[in-house]
Design a protein around this ligand. Structure first.
Ligand code: NAP
Length: 274
C-alpha cells in the first residue's frame, strides 16, 4: 500500500525534507511519499488526526510545534521524554509515539566535521525544540559549559533548569549581557537568519566569533547564513545545517520504515535542492 509521511509545522514551504525523503523512497523503489502539511497553531489537532489514518506511516514536526505536540500524542520515546521536544512521530500498534532525532543529527554532523565537544564551552542561541535537543546532545558529549541566549529569557531558564537536574557539573548561564569568554562552539538553534529574512544573525551587536571557534547553524535555507558568513570571516570553522538535516532524517526514516535509508542518496538530494 502507498504510505504517506507528513511534515507538520508553519512555515514549512522552505523545507528540504520532501526532496530528501522522496529521493530515498525512489531509490528503494517504494511507492511512498513525504508531504508538507502547513499547520498553523490552531490546526494542530486536525493535523494529528490525519496522522491516525491507516496509510500514514509517521511524521516530522517542526517550528512552532515541537513542544506543544507532546499533549496530542499517545506516548513518548526516551529521547523525546528527556528533551521535552518531538521532531518525529512513529506509529506503533495504531498509537502515535513522539521521538526526537535532532540530537542524533547534531551529534553525527559534529562527528563528520571532526568537532571536539568534550570540555568545550558552548554558546547556544535558542531554547525551542531544536535547541533543547542540541543542549542535551552536547552535554551528553561532554561539553563543560553552556551559555543559553534566547529572546524569551523564561524559556532559556526552563531549559537550563532541566539540564541542571541531569548534569549537575555543567556550567550554565542564561542570557548574559556580555559575551562569554573562552567559547569554543557557537550554535544557532533559533530560526533567525532563515530565508526570506536571511540578512540577520542571532549574534548580539558587538559580540565576535573567537578565531578558534566552531560555528554551527541549524538553519539550512540559505545554506550559508549570515551567522556562518560572519563566523567564516572571523576565521572560525563553520558547519551548516544540511548534515544535521540528513542525519536527523535518516534516524526518523528508520523509525517509520524499519530499514536503514540510503544516506548518500539523501545527502545528494539536499545538496542539489539546497
Ligand atoms: P521552535 O521550537 O519554534 O523554536 C524557535 C526558537 O527560535 C526559539 O528559541 C525562539 O525564541 C527563537 N526565535 C524565533 N523567532 C525569533 C526572532 N524573531 N528573534 C529571536 N529569536 C527567535 O523551532 P525549532 O524547531 O527549535 O527550530 C529552530 C530552527 O532550527 C528553525 O529554523 C528550524 O528550521 C531549524 N532546525 C533545523 C534542523 C536541521 O536539521 N538542520 C533541525 C531542527 C531545527 P522564543 O523562545 O523567544 O520564542
Amino acid at each position: 500500500m502507498m504510505k504517506h509521511v507528513f511534515l507538520l509545522g508553519s512555515p514549512v514551504a522552505h523545507s528540504l525534507s520532501p526532496a530528501m525523503h522522496n529521493a530515498a523512497f525512489r531509490a528503494l523503489g517504494w511507492d511512498w511519499s513525504y508531504e508538507l502539511l502547513e499547520t498553523p497553531r490552531h490546526q494542530l489537532p486536525a493535523a494529528v488526526k490525519r496522522l491516525r489514518s491507516e496509510n500514514c506511516a509517521g511524521a516530522n514536526v517542526t517550528i512552532p510545534h515541537k513542544q506543544t505536540i507532546l499533549a496530542w500524542l499517545d506516548g513518548l520515546g526516551a529521547s523525546a521524554a528527556r528533551t521535552g521536544a518531538v521532531n518525529t512521530i512513529r506509529r506503533s500498534d495504531g498509537r502515535l509515539i513522539g521521538e526526537n532525532t535532532d540530537g542524533d543529527g547534531i551529534t553525527l554532523a559534529l562527528r563528520d566535521a571532526r568537532v571536539e565537544v568534550p570540555g568545550a564551552r558552548v554558546l547556544l542561541f535558542g531554547a525551542g525544540g531544536a535547541a533543547r535537543a542540541v543542549a542535551f546532545a552536547l552535554a551528553d558529549a561532554g561539553a563543560a559549559g553552556l551559555c543559553i541566549v534566547n529572546r524569551t529569557a523564561a524559556n532559556a531558564g526552563i531549559l537550563a533548569a532541566d539540564l541542571r537536574s541531569e548534569f549537575p557539573d555543567l556550567e550554565l548561564a542564561v542570557n548574559r549581557l556580555e559575551q562569554p569568554m573562552e567559547t569554543g562552539i557557537l550554535v544557532n538553534a533559533t530560526s533567525v537568519g532563515m530565508s526570506p529574512d536571511a540578512d540577520v544573525s542571532p549574534m548580539p551587536e558587538g559580540w565576535t566569533f573567537p578565531h578558534e571557534a566552531v560555528a554551527i547553524d541549524l538553519v539550512y535555507r540559505p545554506v550559508k547564513t549570515k551567522f556562518l558568513r560572519d563566523a567564516e570571516q572571523a576565521g572560525a570553522l563553520t558547519v551548516n545545517g544540511l548534515g544535521i538535516l540528513v542525519h536527523q532524517g535518516a534516524a526518523a526514516f528508520k523509525m517509520w520504515t524499519g530499514q536503514d535509508p540510503p544516506v548518500d542518496v539523501m545527502f545528494r538530494a539536499v545538496e542539489r535542492a539546497g
